[in-house]
Write a protein that binds this ligand. Structure first.
Ligand code: ADP
Ligand code: ZN
Ligand code: MG
Length: 498
């Protein structure tokens, strides 16, 4: 058996309105080459200036990953040639990146594995993205809209050991940056991209020869690519061969990695300090704005929801998938508590509504979970329904109907219930009328039950089925509004001949 080492380099597009060193619009999907200017195209004599919002967002991620923000941080030019980069150098950070030496705790289940691990973060650095090359058979097209877009690179130490751990790391990082509101985390559009580095070695021998896998545009491919690579390298070593240090690409059609280029030594980028940008020394006011941007992160929040509200691990994890949903949940519980429900009871009911009925409606209406704040049945409305249902004022079925009607009419469901007369009938005299009606119509059933009650000759199952049938008839006779508990006990009394 070999020991394996995985380190990730994750690039995220920061959600700044403009690019990192010029005023061009930063957006995905615009008409190609419309968001460009002499600065991001690197014309001679132009001067970049730092987008402070990019620095702030980058520092927020750094802090969320427990990194230190140095007293002085600056930029370097990383020099290489590629057609997607007209300047022939990329402004990046090298000697003193904005975030240094942190860690992220990953925790959860992935497939059959339970994972709990601390991954050290080497650094977070701010840089500009390059343009996009689109290869179309014989020619390649260039779109420079992406050139100069704020990019934050997060580099981990090689602390992960399996594809599953790396996948979980990416998923949790994605949630984290979305919670912070600094990145949309869309891997298909390339706003979160990962390169994975992996080596294996005999236990105790330390790091092996590393292979870098590029082109991983989903967290699943990160897992598949790494596990493929660990197996491939293991076979090489088993056969007495050496692993070549190289860059490989994940081929998603063939489910394998393929060689892209060999990288004997680290490339010499001839980094040197960017002469056109001053050293950035974060002042107390800037640092305060960074701290103010921080929010409770998904993992601790899920833990808190378990402890405070008694949610199961799975429920807490699902609720915390999106910050907006966790916010909705907590607001709805608070509103239900205000209406007198005990917190645990309110939470248990609300989480079920949220993960079943509301999830279903959101899906049907094409509302993404992260936009749940724009859903017409807000937390207060859900709380009123839940409180009515818990207090025996409306049946579960009518509560669901009321939610649908409330959405159609954009009203408080409580009002809908009152207007339509959907409140549960709990007046025994009114229910007795319906029970009498059912009694006249279903005499043979009553007779069977009564005879059985006298000589005990009916199996419990059959007795339950018949009673439920009669309660159902009473409900039907009252438009689903009779309190089933009261109806049930009146039927029992009739059977016993009282
Ligand atoms: P490079 O200079 O080739 O970019 P870095 O030292 O910057 O290498 O590391 C890049 C990533 O590769 C980091 O995430 C790091 O943890 C990981 N890494 C470095 N060496 C190894 C190795 N031998 N095995 C696995 N991962 C490694
Ligand atoms: Zn520009
Ligand atoms: Mg590197």
């Amino acid at each position: 058996m070999y020991q394996s080492f995985i380190g990730l380099e994750v690039h995220i597009h920061l959600l700044t309105k403009t690019k990192v060193f010029c005023g061009c619009r930063s957006a995905f999907g615009d008409e190609p080459n419309t968001n460009v200017c002499p600065v991001c195209m690197g014309y001679p004599g132009v001067l970049p200036s730092l987008n402070i919002e990019a620095m702030r967002m980058g520092c927020m991620v750094a802090r969320a990953l427990n990194c230190t923000i140095p007293e002085k941080t600056w930029f370097e030019r990383k020099q290489y040639f590629y057609p997607d980069m007209t300047k022939n150098y990329q402004i990046s950070q090298f000697a003193s990146p904005l975030g240094q030496r942190g860690y992220a705790d990953i925790e959860g289940r992935n497939g059959t594995r339970t994972i709990k691990k601390r991954v050290r973060i080497k650094e977070c650095h701010l840089e500009e993205d390059a343009g996009k090359m689109i290869h179309t058979g014989t020619v390649s097209l260039l779109d420079y809209n992406r050139a100069g877009v704020s990019l934050l690179e997060i580099v981990t130490e090689p602390d992960m050991e399996t594809g599953e751990e790396a996948e979980l790391f990416i998923q949790q990082l994605r949630r984290t940056v979305r919670y912070l509101g600094v990145c949309d985390g869309n891997m298909e559009e390339g706003s979160l991209r990962a390169d994975a580095n992996v080596s294996i070695n005999l236990p105790g021998r330390g790091l092996g020869k590393k292979v870098e896998i590029k082109n991983l545009n989903s967290s699943r491919f990160v897992r598949l690519g790494l596990n493929y690579e660990i197996a491939r390298q293991g076979e090489l070593l088993d056969a007495g061969k050496a692993v070549t240090q190289e860059t490989r690409l994940w081929n998603e059609n063939r489910d394998e990695t393929q060689p892209m280029r060999q990288k004997e030594n680290a490339q010499d980028y001839r980094y040197f300090p960017e002469p056109d940008l001053p050293v950035f020394s974060p002042d107390p006011e800037f640092l305060k704005s960074v701290e103010e941007g921080l929010v409770e992160l998904p993992l601790p929040r899920a833990k808190r929801l378990r402890d405070e509200y008694g949610l199961s691990e799975e429920q807490a994890d699902l609720v915390c998938e999106e910050k907006a949903q966790a916010d909705y949940f907590e607001e709805a519980v608070a509103a239900a508590v205000e209406r007198g429900l005990p917190r645990g009871d309110a939470a248990g009911r609300i989480v079920k509504w949220l993960l079943q009925d509301i999830k279903h409606i959101l899906g049907r209406e094409g509302i993404e979970t992260r936009n749940i704040a724009s859903f017409k049945a807000g937390p207060a409305r859900l709380a009123s329904l839940v409180a009515l249902n818990a207090g025996g004022k409306v049946s579960g079925k009518n509560a669901r109907q009321a939610l649908e009607a409330a959405l159609d009419e954009d009203k408080d469901p409580e009002l809908v219930i009152r207007e339509r007369g959907w409140e549960l009938i709990s007046d025994p005299a009114r229910i007795a009328l319906a029970v009498q009606e059912v009694y006249s119509a279903e005499k043979p059933v009553f007779a069977e039950l009564r005879a059985a009650a006298e000589n005990g000759g009916l199996p419990a199952k059959r007795r339950q089925t018949l009673t439920a049938f009669l309660v159902g008839k009473v409900l039907a006779a009252t438009g689903g509004r009779a309190d089933p508990k009261i109806a049930g006990s009146q039927i029992e009394a009739l059977i016993r001949g009282q």
